[in-house]
Design a protein around this ligand. Structure first.
Ligand SMILES: Cc1cc2nc3c(=O)[nH]c(=O)nc-3n(C[C@H](O)[C@H](O)[C@H](O)COP(=O)(O)OP(=O)(O)OC[C@H]3O[C@@H](n4cnc5c(N)ncnc54)[C@H](O)[C@@H]3O)c2cc1C
Length: 539
């Protein structure tokens, strides 16, 4: 973040650039399977996790003439680009096979979730909505606003698109304006109160562009990316009386081969290991490496390097609640390109033609209406929209704990959705706005005439109800509705927060040569959606 201050300029001529159009998948010579990695190697920087933060970070470092290694546990997003097209977002998330690019889990809250397992990380499996963070986020993190803006532009130039006018998104935008989510901010990436259209990672042909594309900015002679490289542990030198210093990383390839990458001794001053394994992966790996709550680590046979009780604490996820709206006509599918931001800290988004409730784990019980032809239409996932909301923050926090010492397994996660009363109040207020939008004139032509709001509520409880809900008839209030139908917004964060696990330069407290750069450092999820802020941070 101090590059500009220090007068360091990026060598633009080293950067491989393409025009921002629908380009073919890049063929990077520096991306290889980890099976081809030497047993021992040496680098200036070792980035663990080639995800949303890791890719822009590694590209940036390599363009500064540092020798950079990226270790990514998943494969390439360019192997099967059909899988990551817009129409396949939900089928990718429901693919639970061992080679899936999405690893699913169920939190202790009984809410199913997904985490990326692919180069490009969350940007390869997410819903693509792109919106910058509020300035509060920059202020709290102490990030220079001008440098943040330059970094956003660096990302946007390569992978962010202005969306076309989708019929459903236009109706939702008009509905939000009609019920008072004002002003109309038109098209902008900025985080502003009111209703706006923002960016998307999908181009006009529905092809997804991801953080992996940012590696086009890398200096190809200075970077190496290994795929299917599962990092098991960071190693430390611990000389008597001195702070532990991170010096290497142990990783395994797809054939189970063990490799170790070390930081180069001669470049010690700028050498670092940077953990960008995401909000779930980074605290997990710190613990597996001996940095975490000592008693718990010892109980799993892990040698303690630093007793750090805050690793894995204050984990959070934004709750998702909304209404399923079956409609009587066929309209082209769309993912969120419009967002409403109101003064009571709710964010409203929508998608249509996708069955998001397939992810709720409730088994997708069928809607109950009194009209058979309505039911036939409502049963078709192509003919339904999901109008959803989430809240600022959230205030409710949970935790991450190791279940075992296998880096590929999910740790135990609890997010405690709505534990804080203010989160529940915000959800109720947001649901009231959603009900108003659903009943607005703008959406009236997308509604079955005799399907009431209560019908929609019942349908959503049945289809999107989470695994915790036991009795659908027990949903008697909007408070209970929020609790019974909460799903993940996938904005996991925390576990390595600034001031608790890392300092304001993202350096791990109490250790040398180790930083964390990803969503695990956040105390709240930035913006309406965090990927813009995370890529900016990586840059
Ligand atoms: C389904 C879904 C929809 C979403 N929709 C949106 C949206 O529309 N807009 C938005 O802004 N945000 C969205 N998000 C959130 C956003 O995508 C994430 O917050 C963001 O991608 C997280 O970035 P990260 O760098 O912290 O982690 P990630 O991008 O997850 O990167 C972590 C990387 O580390 C790798 N890794 C983990 N452990 C290891 C290990 N042991 N060894 C080697 N590699 C490892 C992972 O495979 C991964 O590639 C969505 C997320 C999901 C899952």
């Amino acid at each position: 973040l101090n590059y500009a201050e220090k007068g360091i300029k990026f060598e633009e001529k080293q950067i491989v650039t393409f025009s921002h159009s629908d380009m073919p998948a890049p063929k990077y010579s520096f991306i290889q399977e980890a099976t081809s990695a030497p047993e021992v190697s040496f680098y200036d920087y070792i980035v663990i996790g080639g995800g949303t933060a890791g890719c822009p970070l590694a590209a940036t470092l390599s363009a500064r003439d540092a020798k950079v290694l990226v270790l990514e546990r998943g494969g390439s997003p360019y192997t099967n680009t059909t899988k990551i097209r817009m129409e396949n977002v939900i089928s990718t998330l429901t693919d639970d096979s061992p080679n899936s690019i999405s690893q699913s889990f169920i939190s202790e809250d009984r809410v199913p979730g997904n985490r990326a397992r692919v180069l490009g990380g969350g940007t390869v499996i997410n819903l693509g909505f792109y919106s910058r963070a509020e300035t509060l986020f920059l202020k709290e993190a102490g990030i220079d606003e001008a440098l943040a803006n330059e970094s956003y532009e660096w990302v946007e130039k390569k992978i962010v698109y202005k969306p076309g006018a989708f019929q459903w998104q236009t109706a939702v935008r008009n509905g939000l304006l009609e019920v008072g989510v004002l002003p109309d901010n038109g098209f902008t990436y900025a985080h502003l109160n009111g209703t706006k259209t923002s960016g998307t990672l999908f181009d006009k042909n529905g092809n997804r562009h991801t953080a992996a594309d940012l590696l086009e900015y890398a200096n190809p002679t200075m970077i190496k990316v290994y795929l299917h490289a599962v990092v098991h542990k960071i190693t430390f030198t611990t000389k008597d009386g001195q702070r532990p210093k991170a010096d290497g990383v142990i990783f395994y390839d797809a054939n189970g081969g063990r490799h170790i990458a070390y930081l180069k001794h001669e470049s010690n001053n700028r050498s670092e290991i940077i953990l960008s394994a995401g909000a779930i992966g980074s605290p997990q790996l710190l613990m597996l490496s001996g940095i975490g709550p000592a008693a718990r680590l010892r109980s799993l046979g892990i040698k303690v390097v630093l007793d750090q009780p805050m690793v894995g604490r204050e984990m959070a996820d934004k709750p998702l609640n909304g209404l399923i709206i079956p409609y009587p006509t066929h309209i082209p599918l769309s993912l969120a390109t419009v967002v409403g931001i109101n003064k009571t800290s709710n964010y409203f988004e929508s998608l249509n033609g996708f069955d998001l409730s397939a992810l709720s784990g409730s088994g997708g019980a069928q809607p109950q209406t009194s009209n058979p032809s309505q039911e036939a239409m409502a049963n078709s996932t192509r003919n339904q929209a999901f109008l959803v909301q989430t809240i600022f923050g959230p205030i409710s926090k949970g935790y991450l704990e190791l279940q075992n010492t296998n880096a590929s397994d999910n740790p135990k996660l609890r997010f405690n959705y709505f534990q804080a009363a203010v989160d529940l109040r915000r959800c109720v207020s947001g649901m009231q706005t959603i009900i108003n939008v659903v009943n607005s004139d703008s959406l009236s032509r997308f509604r079955f005439r005799n399907m009431t709001t209560q019908d929609l509520i019942n349908m959503t409880v049945n289809r999107a109800g989470n695994l915790r809900r036991r009795n659908p008839n027990a949903t008697t209030s909007l408070e209970q509705y929020c609790i019974d139908t909460v799903m993940t917004f996938w904005h996991y964060h925390g576990g390595c927060q600034i001031g608790k696990v890392v300092d304001r330069d993202y350096k791990v407290l109490g250790l040398d040569q180790l930083r964390v750069i990803d969503a695990s450092t956040f105390s709240f999820s930035p913006g309406t959606n965090p990927q813009a802020a995370i890529m900016m941070l990586g840059r």
